[in-house]
Design a protein around this ligand. Structure first.
Ligand SMILES: Cc1cc2nc3c(=O)[nH]c(=O)nc-3n(C[C@H](O)[C@H](O)[C@H](O)COP(=O)(O)O)c2cc1C
Length: 209
């Protein structure tokens, strides 16, 4: 029994012990994972999001934002925030300031969902873009704006090679926007890597940041 108590105490000590993560000095190891919360209206982060993130911020803590759209074609859920317009940047700045005031660092998860979207989230109801015109498997479902669950788009639009630099540019500009909003930087290439094989470009972006 005494041994078990000691080992539990040991685990607690690790969770609450400092950690050096690259240039960042964290005072504990409890991190907020990125979680889509669907609380941005028309892509604009709302004050309730500032409250949500600052409630979870602590001195020396580390938060990762929910997936944040890099362009009008990037979303695949309702009410996800963007980081590609000036009004997005302004709204994020208030949230980031609130998190920094509590002493945490804040990464922004830059996001494009690829074909994991629906025409309802696309400009002018177009097909979602991808590296392929193959749809996601029928067992994958999409959350629609009215809260119901539907099927993903039956045929994503396969991008031509010449269109890919534009997506890379959206990531680059969004990274700049996020830095202007005050965040430390992070992004989620996974959806696009799976869909578009942008490994080379994404690696370059990561190092470039
Ligand atoms: C409601 C919800 C929203 C999520 N949104 C995101 C997201 O925006 N980006 C992401 O990379 N992961 C997202 N995730 C995945 C989580 O960050 C986490 O990796 C996942 O829940 C596994 O951790 P767990 O085993 O502790 O739950 C989400 C998870 C949940 C439950």
């Amino acid at each position: 029994m005494a041994e078990k108590e000691n080992s539990t105490q040991g685990e607690d000590n690790i969770m609450f012990s400092p950690y050096k993560m690259g240039n960042f000095n964290l005072s504990h190891r409890i991190v907020l994972a990125p979680m889509t919360r669907c609380r941005a209206l028309e892509g604009i982060p709302q004050p309730s999001m500032g409250e949500y993130y600052s409630q979870r911020a602590t001195q020396g803590g580390f938060l990762i934002s929910e997936g944040t759209s890099i362009s009008p074609t990037a979303a695949g859920y309702p009410h996800v925030p963007g980081i590609y317009k000036e009004e997005h940047v302004e709204a994020w700045r208030n949230i980031v300031d609130a998190v920094h005031d509590k002493g945490s660092i804040f990464f922004c998860q830059l996001w494009h969902v690829g074909r994991a979207s629906h025409s309802v989230y696309q400009p002018e109801g177009a097909a979602p873009i991808s590296s392929t015109s193959k749809p996601l498997s029928a067992s994958s479902k999409v959350l629609l704006p009215d809260g119901s669950i539907g099927d993903y788009h039956s045929e994503p639009r396969k991008l031509s090679t010449s269109e890919i630099p534009e997506i890379v540019e959206h990531y680059r500009q969004s990274a700049i926007n996020a830095i202007q909003a005050g965040v430390e930087i992070y992004f989620r290439p996974i959806s696009l890597i799976k869909d578009m094989y942008l490994v080379y470009y994404v690696s370059w972006l990561f190092l470039g940041c």
